[in-house]
Design a protein around this ligand. Structure first.
Ligand code: ATP
Length: 793
């Protein structure tokens, strides 16, 4: 007997036939055949143990899993002894239909017919003692198919009556439901709106798997839906003839021994292949006026086999039969199914669809079928509708969308599509996990870095998650001297990781990935000192806004003292305890922690002091004749400066050295004069003086938009004496801005100063020797406060 393409289509040709059909397995369990009995036990597990079915899918037994999962929706464990699952399910399935007035009802005789036919078929199979498993299986399938088709034909007629009453409503409003985004095409939408037409399909949507996860209230729709081939064909069909044509076809098929009516279990073999356009059985058109009886299932449905149909008009007129394969397709309404023939070869069930792929079952099964075997009936239509609608409004699906879900074949299946549907998160983007942290929003930018917030993936004892900052530097920064940038980064990590002080930003950890380096440190949520000053300025009422252009409201000296003492203490720790020079002290590199303390950050230019360091404060690095009036330009400052002529050897040496770093407005005279970056603590003290001046006055001591003039001011130590400040403050500033580093106070002296200690010293008299009242460019020339303060000239 030829193998009917219906149930066989679910069979994995590689799988033994005795496990392809769980019904057969059950039959076998009652037989005396010992071998078959074992098989029956094995397959019975498939019915009662969904997990095992999942494993089977994973382990390459798609055939039996496929059939097992096409079983009724109720939990297998609820099936009573002696009740065939399909029969029991058929009763329950039909009883879900609402008795509403316009609902297409199925009367009890129809149900009985359906069940009875099935029962007969199965009983016959039971009584048949067939030692040949393959033959018996095929025979059973054939009988079942025949019986089902016959029964469905009569059920169909019952529905036809109800459908006519609703025809008007169908035309009024239809709702297009796309159930699988990979199938969404304009054609599908247009054609599915045109017809909700009869066909018989077993819907194998992956969304069924997802659906069954939720014990929600389902609203089963009475109609299954059509693929593109169905609707395009049915649109050209005389609707009035469709119903009868369909019925005739079924009964004709039933009357043929060799060609039992085809009850195809549909799934889409084109899925995930590029060979043909998709053949969706899920694209649907749901008439709004149709009843959607609501049934609350106390137990979420497992997998279900859907025998669903729609009504005329619009059913495909022709139901073609493949002459080549000796198998039969029900209609184009049923997706193209591969069939395993008796010779063990894969054949494609041919329909009138010219796009029929001719690919072996195994080739696409692993991608599309193995994970989508969960059949979905009209319940799935409702669910699909939700899903379809949400596609346009919900954010993209990402891998994290599935990470919170427990494992299931559905999750595994859906997560296969993540890479297709959502752009990958690059490692340095928000949402990426690096080490123990999840990256968050950007909170700062550096020359070659971005700084992001990050959150620990672990909770502390109190159930809190740590929030930290992460500085991210690309391995390829794009800079011409990328190697040097990477070297500096390594040095920064080496130095920073050695430092621990209450007023130094704590280093936490580092992650080096091929594309980026991530330095995790404590998060300072209060912004930096420049922010702090500028925000105060912005919040000032109009009347009290400083009139001097480019200035901000200064801090009260007491507040400035508190902040400055913290920064100075950190510098003292670096200089005296760690022998480290920071070399980039500026307002932007002093951060406010959420506890209100201030911390120095950015050790990108930090260096250990060398023998030159002693000379800085001892013997002068330069003779008095070095105090040239002509501005110098360090390599970093280049633009606008005069680059000294260097020999080739000097050039080479410079390349080996670090670049001169820091910001010009904070740079010391000795650094300006030097052709190489100095490792002198005296330069840090100068920079610290600039910070103090800004806190006390709301402006920078040395600023000019014209860089050579700015350099001139620095080299000659000419700044505007802040007459509004206390004598102690002005005295401190004078000693920090000594042009000669050997005359400049050390950080320890600064810390011990009267102003830092809050002592009023009446003996102090601060002259105007160093100040240039309203001097060249002192006010910033009308630039805004922020731009004038920004020190990266
Ligand atoms: N721990 C942190 N908490 C909050 N913000 C931070 C933190 N670290 C850095 N930032 C912000 O990021 C900015 C740049 O950080 P950082 O100075 O460390 O980077 P950089 O590449 O060294 O910058 P630059 O080129 O100025 O030297 C800082 O000015 C600050 O605004």
């Amino acid at each position: 007997m030829p193998v009917p393409p219906s149930l066989t289509s679910l069979r994995n040709p590689k799988a033994p036939h005795n496990i392809t059909n769980p019904h057969v397995a059950i039959l076998d369990s009652t037989s005396n055949n010992t071998n078959d009995s074992n098989t029956a036990d094995q397959d019975h597990h498939l019915l009662v143990d969904p997990e095992r079915r999942h494993q089977d899918q994973e382990q390459g037994h798609p055939g039996r899993s496929a059939v097992a999962t096409a079983l009724p929706s109720e939990p297998y464990s609820t099936l009573t002894d002696g009740e065939h699952p399909l029969i029991g399910w058929a009763h329950r399935r039909w009883s879900h239909q609402s008795p509403g007035s316009s609902s297409p009802k199925v009367d009890s005789s129809t149900i009985d017919k359906l069940s009875g036919s099935l029962e007969n078929t199965l009983t016959t199979s039971l009584s048949k003692n067939n030692n040949n498993q393959n033959t018996r299986t095929r025979e059973w399938e054939s009988r079942l198919s025949t019986s089902l088709a016959s029964t469905l034909s009569s059920v169909h007629e019952s529905f036809a009556h109800a459908s006519q009453q609703q025809q008007q409503q169908e035309e009024d409003a239809t709702e297009t439901v796309q159930t699988d985004r990979s199938y969404i095409t304009p054609h599908t939408t247009a054609t599915t709106q045109a017809a909700a037409r009869p066909h018989i399909s077993i819907d194998t949507s992956p969304v069924a798997l997802q659906r069954r996860r939720s014990p929600a209230t389902f609203e089963p729709l009475p109609f299954a839906h059509h693929n593109r081939q169905v609707t395009s064909k049915s649109s050209s069909t005389d609707s009035s003839n469709n119903s009868s044509a369909f019925s005739r076809h079924l009964s004709n098929n039933n009357s043929s021994n060799n060609t039992p009516s085809q009850l195809s279990l549909g799934f889409n073999p084109c899925r995930k292949t590029n060979m043909n356009p998709p053949t969706s059985i899920l694209s649907s058109s749901v008439p709004k006026g149709l009843p959607t009886p609501s049934t609350t299932l106390s137990t979420p449905p497992k997998r279900r086999m859907s025998l669903s149909w729609n009504l005329p008009p619009g059913h495909p007129k022709e139901i073609t039969t493949s002459s080549q394969s000796s198998t039969h397709a029900l209609s184009s309404a049923v997706p193209i199914l591969p069939v395993t023939s008796t010779d063990g070869q894969d054949h494609q069930t041919t329909t009138n669809n010219s796009h029929t792929p001719n690919i072996p079952f195994n080739r696409y099964r692993s991608k599309s079928f193995s994970s989508s075997v969960g059949s979905e009936d009209s319940f799935g239509s409702t669910f699909s509708s939700h899903r379809s609608n949400s596609l346009s409004t919900t954010p993209l699906v990402t891998s994290s969308s599935y990470s919170s879900l427990p494992y299931s074949p559905a999750v595994a299946f859906l997560s296969n599509f993540v890479d297709v549907t959502a752009p990958k998160i690059s490692l340095d983007e928000e949402g990426a996990q690096v080490g123990e942290y999840l990256l968050g929003r950007v909170i700062g930018h550096g020359g070659f870095s971005i700084v992001r917030e990050a959150t620990s993936i672990h909770m502390d004892e109190s159930g809190q998650v740590d929030r930290v900052a992460v500085k991210i530097v690309k391995t390829q920064t794009g800079a011409a001297d990328n190697d040097r940038v990477q070297n500096m980064l390594r040095k920064e990590i080496a130095i920073w990781s050695q430092i621990s002080h209450p007023h130094v930003l704590p280093f936490l950890s580092v992650e080096e990935l091929p594309t980026d380096t991530f330095i995790f440190c404590e998060l300072c949520t209060g912004g930096h000192l420049l922010n702090y000053l500028s925000l105060r300025s912005d919040s000032l009422p109009q009347s009290t806004t400083p009139t001097t252009p480019g200035s901000a409201k200064p801090l009260e000296e007491d507040e400035a003292r508190v902040i400055f003492n913290q920064v100075a203490e950190a510098v003292r720790y670096l200089h005296e305890e760690k022998r480290i020079v920071h070399r980039d002290i500026k307002l932007e590199n002093v951060l406010r922690h959420e506890d209100g303390t201030w911390k120095i950050c950015d050790f990108g230019l930090a260096e250990y002091q060398d023998e030159e360091a002693a000379a800085c404060f001892g013997e002068s690095l330069m003779t008095s004749s070095d105090s040239a009036s002509a501005p110098f330009a360090s390599p970093k400052y280049g633009a606008g400066g005069t680059t000294p002529v260097k020999t080739g050897q000097e050039e080479k040496k410079l390349e080996e050295e670090d670049i001169c770093g820091g910001s010009l407005a904070y740079s010391s005279p000795e650094q300006l004069r030097s052709h190489k970056p100095l490792r002198c603590p005296s330069s840090d003290v100068w920079s610290l003086g600039v910070v103090l001046y800004a806190l006390l006055t709301g402006r920078l001591p040395f600023q000019d938009e014209y860089e050579p003039r700015l350099q001139y001011q620095i080299l000659n130590g000419r700044y505007e004496d802040p007459a509004e400040c206390s004598a102690e403050a002005r005295d401190l500033l004078k000693n920090m801005f000594r042009s000669k580093p050997e005359e400049r106070w050390r950080v320890g002296q600064v810390k011990d100063s009267a102003w830092c200690k809050g002592i009023t010293d009446h003996s102090l008299s601060v002259g105007g020797d160093f100040s240039i009242a309203g001097g060249a460019g002192g006010g910033g020339g009308g630039s805004s406060f922020l731009s004038s303060f920004r020190s990266t000239l």
